[in-house]
Design a binder for this molecule. Structure first.
Ligand code: GLN
Length: 456
């Protein structure tokens, strides 16, 4: 427990020369290996020598397995990408390295991000460090669980398409930020659904997230969807006084009593510290899940078509014609959920159905965004539960049908469809307070989250 200090303490002590870095990093890697043996949180742990470069002084940063690293396998939790070591770093990784981070390893995840409990990984099922009978959430399950399990200063690079940062953050009692779509470069991210994917951060505290965002955010000419936003520092001014909070009634339907109580306590706490809240309605919420699963699977089926044993990862024995060869590799390489989504998405984008499904889902997406914009015209942030349940046990997850599984995403999918920033902050055991703000309002969002964190 010698190094159970915050990121800012680590940086201050490193600056003052009071951290013996070799001892620190050896102890970190040793503990990471032990934790991994018990919980299966990592796809790969770095073997590279760490160097304590300023300004991060060799702070350990873990990277979700679907974000490319030039020195480690990047397999997005899938067998079909086993053996694939990219020839380049994702922009988020190279920015972290340039800032002096130590890239500690690749965190376990649902295959290509397909899932909510990290049970769809080809590299073992990660477990919740607070209760190993339960899921650590998904799809960035390993990322959140490592932060929760390791008593060290560190930051995790994670990714969300429909809730994969918020969900595991809530289930592991840590903080997770999903930034505005386009604020953080997707260059080097192995796509799930490119109109939805966002790289974000998981850490123990909001201040660690603000630091991480200062490093990775900002325009990147390698990514054509990157926003023309200059790189800048997010300096925190924790404050909830005078903040206007909207509480959408649709987000409190069919949720666990325990979660509901924790979230309301958090909202009341913010009220007693100077914020005001008003109940409001986001009527398009009920269409979000259906439109998300059409858009996400349609884009996924297109993106995964390049994985056929020709260029990346798994290769088969060259036999038969091309179709037979591709079938052989894809049958072996993709897991059951990936196959389900490829079939769903391919059906939805077949000629003749495009208008009926994908285009209609895109129009619903616009309605959902308009709902959010209407609320943000009068309020600073929206507050809701992150997940409708506490982390389920694996024995419960086994019994869920695919549809029941998808329904778990009902609260995280709408903000992800709109591309607005969101942060999950722990509010009671296994529960997350989900705060959302308008596009590019990360500063405000972080200040409110840190304000809540300070008074809770
Ligand atoms: N659970 C959602 C899905 O399976 C979201 C996953 C994600 O954000 N990558 O699509």
């Amino acid at each position: 427990m010698k190094y159970n200090i915050s990121v800012s303490e680590f940086l201050d002590q490193s600056k003052a020369g009071s951290i013996e870095y070799a001892d620190f990093i050896l102890s970190y890697l040793e503990d990471l290996k032990n934790v991994n043996k018990q919980l299966r949180l990592m796809q790969c742990i770095s073997k590279e020598e760490a160097r304590p470069n300023p300004f991060l002084f060799g702070l350990p940063v873990t990277v979700k397995d679907n974000i490319c690293t030039s020195d480690m396998q990047s397999s997005a939790g899938s067998k079909i990408l086993s053996g694939y070591v990219p020839p380049f770093d994702a922009t988020t990784v190279s920015r972290m390295r340039e800032a002096g981070a130590f890239i500690a390893g690749k965190t376990n995840q649902d295959e290509f991000g397909f899932g909510t409990f990290s049970t769809n990984s080809a590299y073992g099922i990660p477990k919740n460090p607070h209760d190993t009978a339960r899921s650590c959430g998904g799809s960035s399950g390993g990322a959140a669980a490592v932060v929760a399990a390791m008593p060290y200063p560190q930051i995790a690079l994670a990714e969300s398409t429909g809730g994969s940062i918020s969900c595991p953050a809530a289930f592991c009692n840590v903080v997770g930020l999903t930034p505005t779509y386009g604020l953080v470069s997707r260059y080097g991210l192995i796509d799930y659904a490119n109109s939805l994917d966002k790289i974000g951060l998981i850490a123990k505290q909001v201040s660690d997230i603000a630091l991480g965002l200062s490093i990775i955010a900002g325009n990147d000419h390698h990514d054509s969807t990157s926003l023309p936003v200059e790189r800048s520092r997010y300096s925190l001014q924790p404050d909830i006084k005078g903040i206007k909070i909207a509480v959408p009634k649709e987000y409190f339907e069919h949720i666990d009593k325990e979660v509901e109580k924790n979230v309301w306590d958090a909202i009341k706490k913010m009220e007693s510290n100077g914020a005001t809240y008003q109940e409001t309605s986001l009527p398009s919420t009920k269409y979000a899940l259906a439109s998300y699963y059409i858009i996400a699977t349609t884009e996924a089926s297109t993106n995964l078509s390049k994985l056929c044993g020709m260029r990346y990862g798994l290769h088969g024995t060259l036999e038969g014609n091309f179709n037979e060869y591709f079938t052989q590799v894809r049958t072996e390489g993709f897991g059951e959920e990936a196959k389900r989504r490829i079939i769903l998405g391919t059906f939805a984008r077949m000629s003749g159905y495009r208008e009926q499904y994908y285009m209609k889902a895109m129009r619903v997406r616009t309605l959902i965004t308009q709902d959010f914009k209407r609320v943000f015209a009068k309020h600073d942030v929206i507050a809701a539960p992150t997940m409708p349940v506490v982390p389920p046990k694996f024995t419960e997850i086994e019994k869920l049908t695919p549809l029941q599984n998808y329904q778990m995403d009902v609260l995280t999918v709408p903000p992800n469809l709109s591309g607005i920033p969101m942060i999950s902050v722990p509010c009671g055991h296994f529960a997350g307070l989900h705060l959302m703000a308008d596009h590019l309002q990360e500063s405000k969002l972080l200040n409110v989250a840190a304000g809540y964190e300070a008074v809770k």
